[in-house]
Design a protein. Structure first.
Length: 168
């Protein structure tokens, strides 16, 4: 497997680990709390990450035909516990692992289509597999940071979720 493929998957795994620590400590009411009506809850961000990864890696690269409900990811107001959200993220990740195991360095320049339905408000596009993997890892890391920050604000105790050293 190429270095780019390996590194993108390593970063996706690292981000999922951070989300598991952050979400695993919160009750459902806090997972679905929106700071303001037009902001996303942690639960929405988890649904969004699962949908994005499934669409880009499983759908575009793997050819699974995954069609996601992107709008629904943001409109959800609850209904899934932290454990259920984490299960969804883990299931999508396992599907992604199956797809990338089949890739070689020679596949990286091959272009694939990231498909959005016409009524989604988002334009479909063609990217190289390399760009899809990098973009997916970057997108996942961005929202992981939001999830970890929100979880820190919402936790009952001041626990450093990622065990990083912070200075007062």
């Amino acid at each position: 497997m190429s270095e780019i493929i390996t590194e993108c998957m390593r970063r996706l795994e690292q981000s999922l680990g951070y989300i598991e620590k952050a979400v695993g400590e919160l009750p459902e009411d806090k997972i679905w709390l929106r700071p303001r009506p037009k902001m996303n809850a942690i639960g929405n961000l988890c649904l969004h990450l699962a949908g994005n990864e499934a669409q880009h890696i499983g759908g575009a690269i793997g050819g699974s035909g995954t069609v996601r409900d992107r709008r629904g990811e943001f409109l959800a107001r609850g209904g899934m516990s932290g454990a259920e959200l984490l299960d969804r993220l883990r299931t999508v990740r396992e599907e992604s692992r199956c797809v990338v195991r089949q890739l070689t360095g020679g596949d990286l320049e091959r272009e694939v289509t990231v498909y959005y339905p016409e009524d989604s408000g988002v334009q479909s596009y063609r990217w190289s597999i390399q760009k899809v993997l990098i973009g997916t890892a970057e997108h996942y890391a961005y929202h992981t940071g939001q999830i970890v920050l929100a979880a820190r604000w919402l936790q009952d105790e001041d626990i450093h979720l990622l065990n990083w050293k912070h200075y007062e």
